[in-house]
Structure formats: structure tokens, C-alpha cells
Design a protein around this ligand. Structure first.
Ligand code: BGC
Length: 716
């Protein structure tokens, strides 16, 4: 390769989104690598996830043909705690990518839910690194089983949108290793993603895309990553430093960079080589890293693609994944609804259902089944008059003062609609003719902006509260049930109004099959089996990441992760701060009994097993969790940490299943500031239905014998 060719390969060729590359094959993809005709190296294309493949559904003169499937958002996928499901979803997205000529899917995203207000939380799985990794790994394997590459992102410490392109994250190395790097480390070791995306932010003063420590020492030398690294779009400020650090590909390429004086990245790299600041061997290494992966892509093998993936089959997977991710948060004899009993649905979200968030995680499906449509389609006894009223009212409001506009991502901006549309007399009448009431609360957020600690976002509006209070009073007066449906992407405040409901169902942002999922859960044909991958705190004041989104508050340049490793339940449980709904929590329409817990040693591993039995009268699945309380030695330990989990198959009433979790010593290690250590002492294993609902415990001791750490079962 000539020097020119090498340099051109490490810089992308622009965003096809902006139609600045007429040769680009896949309209709406996020970018491509350069084609080098002389060497027969074809362009390879990148398109977003993680809630579905993001490409344009319309092309010039060819409209409505390129739809893709909108899957549940990552947080909802993680609520399934179901590795097999994640594999299936990965396969489906991988198939769509391949059939549309996309070589790399820009997913999964494995940043951590550090704070409920992060605008992109819906795109991330969990507040826990293990659950995150265990969801990401099968997803990656699924995508890559289709012959296209996955891209694990955003590496690393990028847990907010406010000033995301410049903010400097300061975090202890222990927290960095145990919480933020951990999902990358586990998923990379297990699933070997073809690519990784460095993040926008700085870490300890230098852009992550320009950090040799991260991209070469940790990622490659310690973890053995064999793929290539790309920048996030327009990240960093020095192309030569990015190449030097181990960032192989600069995306999207061309100079849309911050300052007009900036040279193109290709020129910057050439100058650095000429001046000797960057040596040719380093550039060669980057080129090789990219080529080693490019030769595996469909583009390289000249694969034909159909432009017509099986959207029907993928819709079925989206539906199935959604059903597994619904979390039943409260149920005082409210759900499932009695068959055939009439009920009424309140809230504009029943029609303007939020299938997912905005930004690069947006999707363009052929349809979204709104909550109302789903319930009607399934023949549920919805109050038709009220449904019709909402249809007309929304149409009227949207064509006047509440019209829709479009944002920077071409996303719809919908002014918030009034929710308080019924007076006391109307509610009284509705509670007379219906047996139950549903109230839908919807929220949307997206890339580029964090959520707000205000009404209409983290808090309910006065309107919403008035509606809930009115409905609750009218229906309860007649002994009828009131059920809240949360169509949201990240926690909101619930403590102050949860008492007004008899049931609360967390539907998250469930993708294009939204209404069908809701209908089947409330009617009881699907028994909810999701559990929370993230805590719902009692009040925002309880959230440990107090420094979010950094200093100075109006325009942060630095964010200090002062809470250290005490993120999410690690904080709430250690410091005994009771949340409204804890990590790992979720109810079912049936009951499960945990029995015969056993801890045994096999070689170097601890094996924890138990039997879960469905003791209720409805078929259902149960997620169990294994937490470990490690001994306090040289360093502090959280009161508990998730170290394993599993989910039963669908258990019929009376049916039981034996489940096991195997743990090696390494999986129990903590980072002492310099290295991973497993301390000797007593390890308590807690088997639970959630982080607070522990069903049994057992202890194992690690003792140093002859220089080795050996397990010993504690016998009482
Ligand atoms: C986002 C990435 C995304 C990329 C390409 C960036 O703004 O942070 O997650 O993959 O755009 O669309």
C-alpha cells in the first residue's frame, strides 16, 4: 500500500446521513471506510443500533422500502435477564444489517446507568457491570453469527450527555475497573466483538480516543482485544494522537471538525509522519488491525444483499423480547384484568406511544402498534368512547397549538399534550361503566441532552397528577382497580404517587410491537417476568452520583465520579438507603418457591444451585440472582454485588427447575487501586429474587494454604 492509501484507510469517508457521499451504498448509515479500487478493498459500512438497525427507510424515488425492526430499548432487553433472548435479538439485527448491505452494527452500548437523568440511559443496559456484560456478550455473538461485525461502545466513562464531547471524567481507578471498564472487559473476552468505539469524553484530562493507556495498554495488552477501534463521530481533537494511541479508524472522517482552521485528518496524519511525530510502523499497525477485520465483512466477500430482510420474523422476535422485559412493579389484585370486563384507558401515550428514544439510537420501523391499537387488535374490552375521544382530541391539538416540529436528528419534537381532560362528573360516570382504569405515563429522551429534574420529565406534571388522583378517587370509591402503565426509558419519581395505583406495570420503551405486548400482559396471556436492571430511588436526593453532570453546574468541564464503586444498588444496599423499587425486583402473576440451596466446590469453582418451583396457578418464569458479600480486607467492599443469575424456562404450575451458577475466584476479585485481588476470608453467597429479597445464604471461606488461596466450605 502507498502511504496515501494507508492514511486514507484509517479515516472514514463521511456521514451518509448527510448525503455527502453520493457513492455511499446504504442511505442513512452512519459512515463507511474508504474504497481503494487499486487493491480491490471495498468500502464497508457502519449503521447504528442498539434498538434496531438505523438506516433511511426512504431513498430518492424509492420510498418506504427500507424499513427495519424497532426492538425494545437496551434497558428493557436487560430487564429480561435472558441471555438466550439477547442472542436472538442480536441475530435478528445482524440479519437485517447483512440484508441491507451493512457491515458493522454500532451496538451494543455498555455504559452504566450512573444517574437516572442521563439522556441515553435507555440505550444502556443497567447500573450493574455484570448484568450489562452478560446481556452484551450474547447480543454480540448473535450479531456476529450473521457475518457482520458488532461494535461495543462507548469506551469509556461516558455516562452523561451534557458536554459529552469535552467533559473530563475523573474517577478512581478502582471504580473505573470494577464498574465502567468491567462490562467491556467481560464482553470482549467472551464474545470478541470485531470493533470497539472509543467515547467522546476525556478521562483524566485526555480524550479517550487519544489515550494510549486505554486503547493499547488495557484494551489490547491486558485484555487481548483483536478487533479495531473507531472514534465516536467527530470525537477528540488530534487525529495523529488518536492513531498513535491505538485508535485505528477516525470516524466519520472529513473535516467537519470543531474549528474551521482544522486540516483534514488525513493531512494531520501525513504531517505527523513527515515530522516524525508519528512513525510509520504505528500507522501500519492500525492499517493491519482494520484490514484483518475488513476481510471478514460481507462487503469484502462481495456478498449480495437482498434489501428485504424478513421483517415479519423479526417483528415476532421484537414482540417476544418485549414480553420478557416488562416489569410488574406493583400488583394489589389489579392484574391481569378479568376476562371480558370493560376497562378505560387514560393518557395520551396510549396513542402517542413512545417506542424508543431519539438520536443515533432511533429506529425507522414500518409501523409502531400504539398501546390503544394493540389492545383493540387483541379484542380487549376498552372503553370505545374514551378511545375515540382521545383520537379526536389528539388530532385536534396536534393540528393547532401543539404541532410537531423536527430536531437536529430529524426526530419529532412533540409539545407535551394536556392530560387533565376529564372532570369529576365524567370520571364518576366512567368508573360506573368500567371495571378498571389504566393510566399511561410516557417519557422520551435522547442523545445530546440529559433529562431534566423537572415536571414533565423526572417528575409528573400537575396535569398528570391531577388525572391520576381523579381517576384513582373515582374508581376506588367503587372498589375498582387503577393501574399505571409506565412507558419510559429511565426511572422517574414514583414514590409520591405510587399509592394512588393498585397496579404499576413498567413497559419501558418496547419498540414497534408496544401495544401487542401491553395487551397480552394485562390480559394475562403473557405473565410478566422482567426484573429491574436499575434502581428506582425514593427521591432524587438519594441518588449517589451527586456530582452529575459536573462542575461548573451551568457548563461542566469536569465530572468527578465521587461515589466511587458505590453506584446503584451497591450504594443503596451498603448505606441502607431504601429505594422504592430495588435492583433486581419484579413481580409475577404466579408465586415461586426457592428451595434446596446448595453450595459446593468443584476444582477451583464454587457451584451454587437451587430449585425454583412454580407454586401458583399460572405458568411463569423466574429470574434468580446470586450476590456475594466479600470479606473486608485491605479494601472496602459493598454489602453485596451481583455475581451470577439465571432465568427459568416457562414453568407450569407445580413444575420446578434446578438452576446453577458457577463462579471462579477471579470473578470475585476487587481492584485494590493497582491490581485485581481476591482477599482471603469469608464470602457470603446470597441467593435472592431481588437485591433485597434474599431467600437463602451460604458461606465459603478462602484460606491461604502454602501460598495458594483455597476454598473451604464453612460448616456450622
Ligand atoms: C453516537 C454513537 C453513534 C454515532 C454514529 C454518535 O453521535 O454517540 O453512539 O454510533 O454517533 O451515529
Amino acid at each position: 500500500m502507498t502511504l496515501e492509501e494507508k492514511i486514507s484507510l484509517v479515516v472514514g469517508v463521511g456521514m451518509l446521513d448527510r448525503r455527502d457521499n453520493p457513492k455511499g451504498r446504504v442511505s442513512g448509515a452512519a459512515g463507511e471506510t474508504v474504497e481503494i479500487e487499486r487493491l480491490k478493498i471495498p468500502a464497508a459500512s457502519f449503521a447504528d443500533g442498539p434498538a434496531g438497525l438505523r438506516i433511511h427507510h426512504d431513498r430518492e424515488g424509492d420510498t418506504g422500502k427500507y424499513h427495519t425492526t424497532a426492538f425494545p430499548v437496551e434497558t428493557m432487553l436487560a430487564s429480561s435477564w435472558n441471555r438466550t433472548m439477547l442472542r436472538k435479538v442480536g441475530e435478528a439485527m445482524g440479519r437485517e444489517a447483512r440484508e441491507y448491505g451493512v457491515d458493522f452494527l454500532l451496538a451494543p452500548a455498555v455504559n452504566i446507568h450512573r444517574n437516572p437523568l442521563c439522556g441515553r440511559n435507555f440505550e444502556y443496559y443497567s447500573e450493574d457491570p455484570l448484568l450489562t456484560a452478560e446481556m452484551a456478550a450474547p447480543f454480540i455473538e448473535g450479531v456476529q453469527s450473521q457475518g457482520v461485525g458488532a461494535c461495543i461502545k462507548h469506551f469509556v466513562a461516558n455516562e452523561q450527555e451534557t458536554n459529552r464531547m469535552t467533559v473530563d471524567t475523573v474517577v478512581s481507578e478502582r471504580a473505573l475497573r470494577e464498574i465502567y471498564l468491567r462490562p467491556f472487559e467481560i464482553a470482549i473476552r467472551k464474545a470478541k466483538p470485531w470493533t470497539l468505539m472509543s467515547s467522546y469524553n476525556k478521562l483524566y484530562g485526555s480524550y479517550t480516543s487519544q489515550s494510549r493507556w486505554l486503547l493499547t495498554e488495557i484494551l489490547r495488552e491486558e485484555w487481548g482485544f483483536e478487533g479495531f477501534v473507531m472514534t465516536d463521530w467527530f470525537a477528540g481533537d488530534d487525529a495523529a494522537k488518536q492513531i498513535e494511541a491505538g485508535n485505528d479508524l477516525i470516524m466519520p472522517g472529513k473535516s467537519f471538525q470543531n474549528s474551521p482552521q482544522r486540516k483534514s485528518e488525513c493531512e494531520e496524519i501525513r504531517l505527523a509522519i513527515e515530522s516524525g511525530d508519528l512513525d510509520l510502523d504505528t500507522l501500519d499497525e492500525r492499517v493491519k488491525a482494520i484490514l484483518r477485520i475488513l476481510v471478514r465483512t460481507p462487503a469484502f466477500s462481495g456478498c449480495e444483499y437482498s434489501n428485504s430482510p424478513d421483517l415479519e420474523a423479526n417483528a415476532a422476535i421484537s414482540y417476544e423480547a418485549g414480553c420478557e422485559g416488562v416489569v410488574l412493579l406493583k400488583n394489589e389484585s389489579a392484574l391481569p384484568l378479568s376476562a371480558g370486563a370493560p376497562f378505560v384507558v387514560f393518557g395520551t401515550g396510549q396513542i402517542e406511544t413512545v417506542r424508543g428514544g431519539t438520536g443515533s439510537g432511533e429506529t425507522h420501523p414500518a409501523y409502531t402498534v400504539s398501546l390503544l391499537e394493540g389492545m383493540e387488535e387483541r379484542g380487549l374490552a376498552v372503553d370505545k368512547e374514551v378511545a375515540e375521544f382521545y383520537r379526536r382530541k389528539i388530532e385536534e391539538l396536534r393540528s393547532a397549538d401543539y404541532s410537531i416540529s423536527y430536531g437536529v436528528w430529524n426526530e419529532e419534537i412533540r409539545p407535551r399534550l394536556p392530560e387533565d381532560l376529564f372532570d369529576e362528573a365524567a370520571l364518576d360516570e366512567l368508573s360506573n361503566r368500567n371495571e378498571a382504569a389504566l393510566v399511561v405515563i410516557s417519557r422520551i429522551s435522547g442523545e445530546g441532552r440529559d433529562r431534566r429534574l423537572e415536571e414533565g420529565d423526572y417528575y409528573l406534571t400537575e396535569d398528570e397528577l391531577k388525572l391520576i388522583a381523579g381517576v384513582s378517587k373515582a374508581f376506588r370509591k367503587r372498589g375498582k382497580r387503577v393501574i399505571g402503565i409506565l412507558n419510559i426509558g429511565s426511572p422517574i419519581e414514583v414514590e409520591s404517587w405510587a399509592g394512588l395505583f393498585d397496579g404499576i406495570l413498567l413497559l419501558w420503551q418496547p419498540g414497534q410491537e408496544a401495544g401487542r405486548i401491553l395487551a397480552d400482559v394485562i390480559s394475562g396471556s403473557v405473565n410478566p417476568s422482567g426484573k429491574l436492571p436499575t434502581t428506582f430511588p425514593r427521591t432524587y436526593a438519594d441518588v449517589p452520583s451527586r456530582s452529575f453532570p459536573g462542575e461548573p453546574a451551568d457548563n461542566p468541564s469536569v465530572v468527578s465520579y465521587d461515589e466511587g464503586i458505590y453506584v446503584g444498588y451497591r450504594y443503596y444496599e451498603t448505606f441502607r438507603v431504601k429505594p422504592v423499587f430495588e435492583f433486581g425486583f419484579g413481580l409475577s402473576y404466579t408465586d415461586f418457591e426457592y428451595s434446596d440451596p446448595e453450595i459446593i466446590l468443584e476444582g477451583e469453582e464454587v457451584i451454587i444451585s437451587l430449585i425454583i418451583k412454580n407454586t401458583g396457578s399460572t405458568a411463569g418464569k423466574e429470574v434468580f440472582q446470586v450476590y456475594v458479600k466479600a470479606p473486608k480486607g485491605k479494601i472496602d467492599k459493598p454489602r453485596l454485588e451481583l455475581r451470577g443469575f439465571g432465568k427459568t424456562d416457562l414453568l407450569q404450575p407445580g413444575e420446578e427447575e434446578k438452576l446453577t451458577v458457577r463462579l471462579s475466584k477471579e470473578e470475585l476479585a476487587s481492584f485494590d487501586g493497582y491490581r485485581w485481588i481476591v482477599e482471603q476470608g469469608e464470602y457470603e453467597f446470597l441467593i435472592g429474587a431481588s437485591s433485597r429479597d434474599v431467600r437463602s445464604t451460604g458461606k465459603v471461606r478462602l484460606r491461604k494454604t502454602g501460598g495458594d488461596l483455597r476454598w473451604q466450605i464453612e460448616r456450622k
